[in-house]
Design a protein around this ligand. Structure first.
Ligand SMILES: NC(=O)C1=CN([C@@H]2O[C@H](COP(=O)(O)OP(=O)(O)OC[C@H]3O[C@@H](n4cnc5c(N)ncnc54)[C@H](OP(=O)(O)O)[C@@H]3O)[C@@H](O)[C@H]2O)C=CC1
Ligand SMILES: O=C1CO[C@H](CO)[C@@H](O)[C@@H]1O
Length: 356
């Protein structure tokens, strides 16, 4: 760490990488020291927006020549493993965007190397930093609903962006569409219901609007069984308009209903609300801070500064990231086979280790 604070590098200056760069710029105690883009055009845009950062078109050169504390990786999903491994091998802490990998073997390589090198590996499930989705979690933990028995995490939105070179619509590069956005909801569901034990099984359905691309699934719904009989419903449609997300959690005593709406996922002007039934009365529950993925991204960078400077725990660690990848892969297997997938069996067969 230099005297001026932490030195962060960024790899990937696309649609979401630009927001990461901005979040780093907004955060006290950290400097965006270097950026690696791929094309000359993206590198020029990075240099223009961040003239004080050293800009590269080869991330390896950046890792070899610049002294960095943490590198933030925001590239198409099929590159997470290759680039994440290179960052850790270079001895830098890593913030890796979701999905942690497109296979469990990739997640395990990253976990192993981070452990060997004693480096932090944070996964970009920024919803965990949200004042709204986080308030639901703290109310559950405080016993507001009693023992949680049911969670619905649902999104209705417009279609995914193509991504640079159309990677998001290429199954080889995206992995599957569950790894794109429903992965956040599996992470939330496990966060909310995890007190009942880890997920035990998943069954899912999906379909596509494009007859010639059945693998690009616009509609997706899954049921996840947790210990103690609790279960979650994760559901998403990409065939809708704007961006509307709902969480409903009910338990033996009460209920919570959170909702977030915006013209786009990245609006800074959303509407959101949290209502609860505490077993006696229905109430509006105040949410202290504005919420949305742009705000959470800033909080995620601030959280990392706190982790590195004050040795605090990560909001979402590599085991959590691996779990959410596993749930997505198990759900895709259920879609493809038409069968319920037992997570412990899947974990041993595909992940080469039991769930606990
Ligand atoms: N947590 C969240 O809420 C979100 C997470 N994401 C995740 O972030 C990642 C990026 O998504 P997004 O920004 O939308 O995708 P984009 O396609 O918009 O951007 C990807 C960028 O990566 C760059 N890139 C590709 N290869 C390399 C390389 N070898 N070195 C440096 N840069 C490279 C591309 O460069 P070029 O421009 O030159 O082609 C492009 O600018 C994905 O994994 C996605 O899942 C995305 C949105 C939200
Ligand atoms: O949260 C998200 C917003 O949407 C993107 C797709 O358009 C996803 O990549 C991402 O995870």
């Amino acid at each position: 760490m230099s005297d001026g604070g932490l030195r962060f590098g960024l790899i990937g200056f696309g649609a979401w990488g630009k927001h990461h760069a901005n979040a780093i710029r907004q955060t006290a105690g950290v400097e965006l020291a270097a950026i690696a883009a791929r094309s000359e055009a993206s590198a020029a845009a990075a240099k223009d927006a961040y003239p004080d950062a050293v800009v590269f078109t080869d991330y390896r050169q950046m890792l070899e020549t610049v002294d960095l504390d943490l590198v933030d990786v925001v590239v198409p999903s099929h590159l997470h493993h290759e680039i994440g491994m290179a960052v850790l091998a270079a001895g830098c802490h890593l913030l890796l965007e979701k999905p942690m990998g497109t296979s469990l073997a990739q997640c395990d390589d990253l976990l192993r190397l981070a452990q060997e090198k004693n480096l932090h590996l944070a996964i970009g499930h920024e919803f965990r930093l949200s004042s709204l989705w986080g308030k639901v979690k703290s109310l559950i933990d405080d016993g507001y609903v009693g023992t949680p028995q049911y969670a619905l995490v649902e999104l209705s939105r417009n279609p995914y962006r193509q991504g640079s070179d159309g990677w998001r619509y290429d199954i080889e590069r995206v992995g599957n569409w569950i790894l794109e956005e429903p992965i956040h909801f599996f992470d939330l569901a496990r966060w909310y219901l995890g007190g009942n034990g880890e997920p035990q099984s998943v069954v899912a359905l999906a379909n596509s609007r494009q007859v010639d691309h059945p693998e690009l699934q616009d509609n997706f719904s899954a049921l996840v069984n947790f210990g103690g009989g609790a279960y979650a419903v994760v559901s998403q449609t990409l065939s809708a308009f704007e961006h509307h997300q709902t969480v409903k959690v009910t338990g033996t005593k009460g209920a919570l209903w959170a909702s977030w709406s915006g013209s786009l996922d990245r609006t800074r002007h959303p509407t959101f609300s949290l209502r609860g039934f505490n077993g006696e009365a229905v109430e509006d529950i105040p949410v202290e801070k504005i919420t949305g993925e742009l705000f959470e991204l800033e909080d995620q960078i601030a959280m990392l500064v706190d982790v590195l400077k004050n040795d605090r725990p990560l909001a979402c660690n590599a085991e959590d990231g691996r779990w959410s990848v596993m749930l997505c892969l198990a759900a895709q297997e259920s879609v493809d086979s038409g069968r319920i997938v037992q997570i412990d069996e899947f974990a041993k067969r595909v992940g080469n280790r039991p769930i606990n």
